[in-house]
Design a protein around this ligand. Structure first.
Ligand code: ADP
Ligand code: MG
Length: 349
C-alpha cells in the first residue's frame, strides 16, 4: 500500500535519514521503532506531506504522492504534540476532520457518537465536556477518535501514549491493537518503546541514526537480531564473541569463553565454518539441566537476583569472568548454579 524508496533527509549539515526503504501492506500495523532522535518523526512528517525529503520517493499503491498536499492524502494523524483544541468540547474536537468532508450536521453528530463509542467513550456523557476536564487517558481516546473519524486509509501515530503512565499505556496499547485490527486499518506507529512495538506490530522497522537497522516481525527481531545494535536495543545483553566449529544434527557449535555452545540451526544462512560470530543468549535460555538432555551445561556464581513475578532475573559470573543476565523460572536457586542453555533460545550473528 505505502512504499518508501531511498528516502533521505538532512537539516543543514546533519543527515537525519539515509536511504530508508520499506513498505506497509494493506491492513498491516508497522511500528517504526528506534531511540530518540533517530529520525522517526521526520519520516512520518515526510509521509504526511508536512516535510519534504531531499531524495527518494513516497508511493501510495505505486503512485508517487509527493505532489499531493497533506489534506488530500487521506491519512489520519495522532501525534503526541498534535494537541486537541483545549477550549472546544470533545464532540467539536472529534468533528474537526469531518467538516471538510461535506457531511450534514446530522451525519457529523452520528459519526462523532460512533467514533467516541469505538474508543470506549459514551458520547452522551463526554460529548459536551471540555478537553481540560478529561484525564490523560481520556484525552488520548478523544485524539484517537478524532483521527479515526474521517476514516483515513492510513493511520499514523507518533508516540501517542508517550505521556501516560505504564499501566494505562499497556491497557491502551492492547485496546489500540484490537481496534486497528477490528477496523482493518493500515497503521504506521512510531515509538521508542520496544514493549509497545512488540505488542502492536505485525512488523517492526527498527531504526538507528536515520538508517534502517532491521525489518521483521517482533519474533524475527527478537529471535534473530541482525546486529549488536538491534540486540542491545531489544535488551538482549548477553552477546559473546565466538567462532563456528561445526554444524551437526541441527546444531551450530560455537566456541566461546563459556566452552563449546550448541545453538539450534533453525535460521539461514548458517555461518561458515571458522567464521567469527557473536553469540546471543536470550535470558530465557537458562533452565535446570534435567529438563533437556544435558547440553550446554554451565556452572556459574549467582551475583544478583531480582524478583520478576513468574521468574527471577539473575546475574551470574562464569569461571571465565563472563557475566550473563538470565531469567530463572525454577524455585530453587542454588549457588553456585548448574544450569543448561536451551539451544533454541540462542542465535548467532
Ligand atoms: P525521533 O522522532 O526519532 O526522536 P526526529 O525525527 O524528531 O527523531 O529527529 C531526528 C533528528 O533530526 C534529531 O537529531 C533532530 O534534532 C533533528 N531535527 C528534527 N527536526 C529538525 C528541524 N526542523 N531542524 C533541524 N533539525 C531537526
Ligand atoms: Mg519523535
Amino acid at each position: 500500500m505505502l512504499q518508501l524508496q531511498h528516502i533521505s533527509k538532512a537539516y543543514a549539515q546533519t543527515r537525519v535519514l539515509q536511504n530508508v526503504n520499506f513498505e506497509v501492506a494493506q491492513g498491516e500495523i508497522v511500528c517504526l521503532l528506534g531511540p530518540s532522535g533517530c529520525g522517526k518523526s521526520t519520516l512520518l512528517r515526510i509521509i504526511a506531506g508536512l516535510e519534504s525529503q531531499d531524495g527518494g520517493q513516497v508511493r501510495l499503491n505505486g503512485e508517487p504522492i509527493d505532489p499531493v498536499p497533506t489534506h488530500l492524502r487521506g491519512f489520519g494523524f495522532m501525534f503526541q504534540d498534535f494537541a486537541l483544541f483545549p477550549h472546544r468540547t470533545v464532540a467539536q474536537n472529534v468533528a474537526f476532520g469531518l467538516r471538510m468532508q461535506h457531511l450534514s450536521a446530522h451525519e457529523i453528530d452520528e459519526r462523532v457518537a460512533s467514533q467516541l463509542r469505538l474508543v470506549g467513550l459514551d458520547a452522551a456523557k463526554y460529548g459536551s465536556r471540555a478537553i481540560d476536564q478529561l484525564s490523560g487517558g481520556e484525552r488520548q481516546r478523544v485524539a484517537l477518535a478524532r483521527s479515526l473519524a474521517p476514516q483515513p486509509r492510513l493511520l499514523m501515530l507518533d508516540e501517542p501514549l508517550g505521556s501516560l503512565d505504564r499501566a494505562l499505556r499497556e491497557q491502551l496499547t492492547d485496546e489500540l491493537h484490537e481496534l486497528i485490527k477490528r477496523l482493518g486499518l493500515t497503521a504506521l506507529y512510531v515509538t521508542h518503546d520496544q514493549a509497545e512495538a512488540f505488542a502492536l506490530a505485525d512488523r517492526i522497522v527498527l531504526m538507528n541514526s536515520g538508517q534502517v537497522a532491521q525489518i521483521g516481525t517482533p519474533a524475527q527481531l527478537y529471535r534473530q537480531p541482525a546486529s549488536l545494535f538491534v540486540a542491545r536495543f531489544l535488551g538482549l545483553n548477553n552477546v559473546i564473541a565466538g567462532r563456528v566449529l561445526g554444524h551437526a544434527h541441527g546444531f551450530v557449535q560455537v566456541e566461546t569463553v563459556l566452552g563449546v555452545i550448541e545453538v539450534a540451526a533453525d535460521f539461514t544462512p548458517l555461518p561458515a565454518l571458522g567464521a567469527a560470530v557473536q553469540l546471543v543468549i536470550r535470558p530465557e535460555a537458562a533452565c535446570p539441566c534435567d529438563t533437556v538432555q544435558a547440553q550446554n551445561v554451565l556452572i556459574a556464581e549467582v551475583t544478583q537476583r531480582s524478583f520478576r513475578g513468574a521468574t527471577q532475573r539473575i546475574q551470574v559470573r562464569h569461571a571465565s569472568g563472563q557475566m550473563l543476565t538470565l531469567d530463572w523460572a525454577a524455585t530453587a536457586l542454588p549457588n553456585p548454579l548448574r544450569f543448561c542453555l536451551r539451544p533454541d533460545a540462542m542465535s548467532v550473528m
